[in-house]
Design a protein around this ligand. Sequence first.
Ligand code: 1CP
Length: 355
Amino acid sequence: MVVCPPMNDATFLQACRREPTAYTPVWLMRQAGRYMPEYRALRERVPFLTLCKTPELAAQVTVQAVERLGVDAAIIFADILLIVEPMGVGLEFSKGDGPVIHRPVRSGADVDGLRDVAPAESVGFVFESVKLARTGLPEHIPLIGFSGAPFTVASYLIEGGSSRNYVETKRFMYSDPGAWRALMERLVRVITAYLNEQIAAGAQAVQLFDSWVGCLSPADYRAFILPHMQTLMRGITPGTPVIHFGVETGGLLELLVEAGGDVIGVDWRLDLDLAWQRIGSQHAVQGNLDPVTLFAPQAEIRRQAERVLRSVAGRPGHIFNLGHGILPQTPVDNVIALVDMVHEMSAKKLPSVAS
Ligand code: 1CP
């Protein structure tokens, strides 16, 4: 895919490539969502899945968040579970409880029974949303496409919804490694095609959300996840930056790097500079303010954002973000203030804490 200036000079893409930027680019996971009154008003009229499947609305929500917040990148409005619905598992978003999968995958036979439909046919609405959002965004604002990573998507398929301890997922993985491999291979094929279609439709970068992979031991990650992530990463259209994100990955950082991605997402449980030392200088980093900081007085938000900026000491390749998504009750004014603070403070090129 050809990326032309001024897009090529977008601070977000420069940071993905570890080039120096005039200021630190910032976007926020879940920047379009329930904390925004405009979004809540729309959701009163339209159910969540309908919203995702109506490209004009999904694109509108994507663009609206950028306009409201002044962030340096957009993320397409969609969900990591959209790709599992066409597999025939019965996806529902029930009010308050998050996603529900009515026919969870619990055996090798269940894996074999999953419908195999190409994303181009089954979730074409996402690619249509990408095209429309691309048209609606200012031409210098990159659009991030995304997918859940195989483990995190599999955890919903197997558990049937959210989980605390991932007992069913791990039971499946340990007791039928052949079926686990078949499931991972199936998800890798679908996710690769899904991301590449988003790129072809106009996304300038992609993020893999492996949100729940932090529940695994390093040994299990290496045995059950790493080879599949490596296959997935190799299949993504070359030249498109890939952000690899997970929560509570302090025990897995080096393995995430080995799995691949140009930018490694880090949550707030780690000091960003120490995490970056472990990740290595060949990668950019994204993070890592605690999303709950946004409930604090603005002076405290400023202090914490400054701490994050100082810790990376102006090294090229930092994309400011939260360590996980914005929470539904977050005050919008604080989110807008954070984006302004990051721009203002990073443009001054703060010295490191050590100096
Ligand atoms: O309006 C509503 O009530 C639905 C809430 C909602 C929204 C706004 C869901 C249900 N999904 C989304 C959109 C969404 N999901 C986006 C685009 C918005 C943006 O970032 O601007 C993205 C990137 C996601 C990704 C997603 N969905 C993840 C990975 C990110 C993360 O938070 O770790 C996960 C785990 C999901 C599953 C999911 N979908 C919805 C909910 C409430 C959940 C989480 C449930 C759980 O905790 O297991």
